[in-house]
Design a protein around this ligand. Structure first.
Ligand code: FAD
Ligand code: NAD
Length: 478
């Protein structure tokens, strides 16, 4: 006999668990199937984000940033801390405790909201039947009115650098080094490469980042990317663009990486190598051939703007579908689908998804870049404000970077906001809210911001769009 649910969610990452919780809040009898096990070998909820992604990486980024502050910058503000040192096992242990606390928190949220967690592997069959194989039991066939697929993504592997789980690792392995590698290689100068490269660089590793593209961070605004590269290089990240990795061989205690650049064949010896060349949708074992769900040409589950697959009442959300692979994007899709199942009509605004790279300074943006607007032939105006002119940034001894606001030259509507600077991840939220409400640069300039705050830089950059920034000399506007 099959068990019956209103909704079965497959995958308990941010896309899946948020969908499941919202479904249960709306009175739907909901189960969520999750197959992952944590570092301790126990079933765990929270997906990549909580276990192997956003949260553990930020725990290490925050810890390593504090170390840099203490060891390099405290003296500048009159604090002498001569004996600052790093205890890597302790840092990793604390990271694991943060993960454990949060993944346990999702379990509590499931219990509190009435979501049934099912620990094991799920597979979509025809007619919204779901095969569920528990970790320690036989396959069961469940029936659902609605199914939400939230199976997430996994790291892309490249043949020249096969992982060995010790010296050549992916992002998950790079969150668990037991000591600081003296020499670290990173393949890919994307989000993970820069974040995890920064962690180990801050803790003392010599880091070389090999990037295939000639351009650094092409998805970010060009000016911001240029300034960020200069700053990160200054911190010690040796970023080599236009490289093609041809091999990586473990030889004794080191990895010898061969690559080609404009000068020909090169070789690099490192103690550890992180492969961070992107992630791909995880669909292995997820779909029975007759389930009715199709893939798109890039291997993602095919969905429309409402996250509906080709099979009736089967939805897919998060990294397993098109769009940026971001926890908040998946979460929003999950909640949207839950509410639609319950009869409401929300939409996800894909134009206001914030992006953040948690280097220091952080890089954050929402909307269009200047180069995109130029390519589209849009008529736009730019206002910018450097943190070097921000009273709060100066007081905090954290003045690198700028805010850049781009508005439509005719209507003044905000088209993009780009921040390179301290707490850019927090500052960008105000730009997202403004854009969500279709604000103009003038609107942002007319709003009162507390003083002294880093947020004032956003205010000033918005005023700068019309040439009216107060705390800097404005460039003449047409
Ligand atoms: P996932 O979180 O991948 O969850 C999918 C879950 O489904 C997994 O737990 C998997 O075990 C389970 N599953 C898959 N198939 C089955 C099956 N057949 N049966 C049962 N269960 C199944 N994003 C941000 O927004 N901010 C960040 O700072 C950030 N940092 C990151 C740092 C790193 C190192 C990495 C790797 C990623 C980071 N991301 C970040 C990306 C973020 O983790 C993902 O975008 C997010 O986790 C996607 O959520 P999801 O629910 O779609 O998938
Ligand atoms: P990415 O797409 O950000 O970067 C991968 C980089 O590797 C690109 O610059 C690409 O040109 C390069 N590359 C690809 N193949 C290569 C090769 N053979 N040799 C050298 N370089 C190569 O991917 P990622 O850094 O692996 O991260 C995966 C996803 O996880 C990201 O797309 C992002 O959405 C998500 N993520 C987000 C955050 C965040 O929001 N702060 C943090 C980490 C990860």
């Amino acid at each position: 006999m099959s068990e019956h649910y209103d909704v079965i969610v497959i995958g308990a990452g941010p896309a899946g668990y948020e969908a499941a919780i919202r479904c249960a809040q709306l009175g739907l009898n909901t189960a969520c199937i999750e197959k992952d096990k944590g570092k301790d070998g126990e079933p765990t909820l929270g997906g990549t984000c909580l276990n192997w992604g956003c949260i553990p990486s930020k725990a290490l980024l925050d810890a390593s940033h504090k170390y840099v502050e203490a060891s390099q910058h405290f003296a500048e503000i009159g604090i002498n801390a001569p004996d600052v040192s790093v205890d890597v096992p302790k840092m990793i242990e604390r990271k694991d405790e943060v993960v454990k606390g949060l993944t346990g928190g999702i379990k509590g949220l499931f219990t509190g909201n009435g979501v049934t967690p099912l620990y094991g592997t799920g597979k979509l069959l025809a007619n919204r039947q779901v095969s569920f194989t528990p970790h320690d039991g036989a396959e069961q066939i469940l029936q659902a009115e609605h199914v939400i697929l939230a199976a997430g993504s996994v790291p892309v592997a490249i043949p020249p650098a096969p992982l060995d789980g010790d010296r050549i690792v992916d992002s998950t392995g790079a969150l668990d080094f037991t000591e600081v590698p003296a020499r670290l290689g990173v393949i890919g100068a994307g989000v993970i490469g820069l974040e995890l490269g920064s962690v180990w660089n801050r803790l003392g590793a010599e880091v070389v980042v090999l990037e295939a593209l000639e351009e650094f961070l092409p998805m970010a605004d060009e000016r911001i990317a240029r300034d960020a590269k200069k700053i990160l290089t200054g911190q010690g990240l040796d970023i080599r663009l236009g490289t093609r990795v041809t091999g990586a061989e473990v030889s004794g205690d080191e990895v010898v990486v061969s690559y080609q650049d404009k000068d020909g064949d090169q070789s690099l010896s490192v103690d550890k190598l992180i492969v961070a060349v992107g992630r791909r949708p995880y669909t292995e074992g997820l779909l029975a051939p007759d389930c009715g769900v199709n893939l798109d040409e890039r291997g993602f589950l095919y969905v429309n703007d409402l996250c509906q697959t080709d099979a009736p009442n089967v939805y897919a959300v998060g990294d397993v579908v098109r769009g940026p692979m971001l926890a908040h994007k998946g979460g929003e899709e999950g909640v949207m689908v839950a509410e639609r199942i319950a009869g409401f009509k929300p939409l996800v605004n894909y134009d206001t998804i914030p992006n953040v790279i948690y280097t220091h300074p952080e890089i954050a943006w929402v909307g269009k870049t200047e180069q995109q607007l130029k390519a589209d032939g849009e008529n736009y105006t730019v206002g910018s404000f450097p943190f070097a002119a921000s009273g709060r940034a100066l007081a905090a001894n954290d003045t690198q970077g700028m805010v850049k606001v781009i508005a439509d030259a005719d209507t003044d509507r905000l088209l993009g906001v780009h921040v390179l600077g301290p707490q850019a991840s927090e500052l960008i939220a105000q730009a997202v809210i403004a854009m969500e409400f279709d604000a103009s640069a003038e609107d942002l300039g007319l709003i009162m911001f507390a003083h002294p705050t880093l947020s004032e830089a956003v205010h000033e950059a918005a005023l700068g769009v019309s040439g009216h920034a107060i705390h800097m000399i404005n460039r003449k506007k047409k």
